[in-house]
Design a protein. Structure first.
Length: 331
């Protein structure tokens, strides 16, 4: 499907303004998906936001509902969807352990059947399609930092496997559709991402720590606090995804999208406590099964392929914005 061109009319005649595309975003009412939809709508594209509201919510995209180039559709990607589109961003899948372990079979079906259905659509309408994969494909890594050439260390039968192996299988499907059917695919591996519109109850470490600190509850660290993560602000991720979608056809990925600055859980807890001026205590609980000890992306490939992409928002600035968001929804 060819994209349309939007024109502005001036006294000198029509002037080309932007290539207006019709874009499908699955999981578009979720935390990351809503920010992506907001970006694409703001650029003038015609956006279809697909979500079944398992973890997403209409509130995340309510400010877009009055836009003539935004359409919200309730749909589950485990069943086929048909539309004429130029691009597909496949984000549909619960991403926090609390949610993806709630119904692990459904989680695997969402990753695998969702990929099959969206790739089938991309094949039919000759659309570009981007898969939101995850750093979880690396498992509990034996290589640090993680490069895209590392194949990972993943338990295929553990409590996290529904998500980890579902995303790994989705990557396999994307590359096989590319090799066998010529589908124009893109794969990004997303590292820990945070920002406004995170669900307060999603069980991820930043939202957990902020909510606990604002309420004065104990800040709960699982393990001894020495395990590390690297946190990227959501706007940096969206920028990387949009740039990846616009790369030439031969650039399929996977490409790491994350912030390479590494923090221990104890460092993060102390920073959140300080920034919220909280009297909360920091307490320690047993580490869950298969929880990675360290996680940090090597982003040299993203920097090379995505026009110098690198994170612009560092942790303290991003935390400040995220804390203000959680304060606003708890008032």
């Amino acid at each position: 499907m060819a994209s349309l061109e939007m024109f502005i009319i001036s006294e000198n005649g029509p002037t080309r303004y932007i290539d207006m595309k019709r874009i499908l975003v699955t999981g578009g009412a979720g935390f990351i998906g809503s920010h992506l939809c907001e970006r694409l709508v703001g650029e003038g594209h015609d956006v279809i936001c697909l979500d079944n509201y398992f973890t997403g919510t209409k509130r995340n995209v309510s400010h877009l509902m009055g836009c003539g180039n935004f359409e919200l559709v309730r749909h589950d990607v485990t069943t086929p969807y048909y539309a004429e589109v130029d691009e597909i961003y496949n984000l549909a899948c619960p991403a926090s352990p609390l949610h993806y372990q709630y119904n692990p079979i459904k989680t695997t079906k969402t990753s695998v059947m969702g990929a099959i259905n969206m790739l089938g659509l991309a094949k039919r309408v000759k659309a570009r399609i981007l898969q939101a994969s995850t750093s979880e494909v690396y498992g509990d890594p034996e290589v640090h930092p993680q490069t895209e050439s590392y194949w990972g260390s993943v338990n295929p039968i553990g409590p996290r496997s529904c998500y980890d192996e579902g995303k790994r299988c989705a990557e396999t499907l994307f590359m096989d559709y590319n090799r066998q059917n010529g589908v124009h695919v893109k794969i990004v591996r997303i590292f820990n991402t945070y920002g406004p519109r995170m669900a307060p109850n999603d069980g991820r470490v930043i939202s957990n720590f902020i909510i606990q600190a604002l309420r004065g509850d104990d800040i709960t660290i699982y393990g001894d606090g020495s395990q590390t993560r690297s946190f990227q602000y959501v706007s940096d991720l969206v920028e990387g995804m949009v740039r990846m979608m616009s790369t030439p056809e031969h650039v399929t990925g996977p490409v790491n999208i994350g912030n390479p600055t590494e923090f221990s859980m104890l460092q993060l807890a102390n920073l959140v406590k300080e920034m919220t001026d909280s009297a909360s205590r920091i307490v320690f609980r047993p580490l869950p099964a298969d929880d990675p000890r360290q996680r940090r992306p090597d982003i040299s490939l993203a920097n090379k392929l995505l026009n110098g992409w690198k994170p612009e928002i560092q942790l303290e600035e991003g935390l400040r914005k995220t804390i203000e968001y959680f304060k606003s929804i708890n008032e």
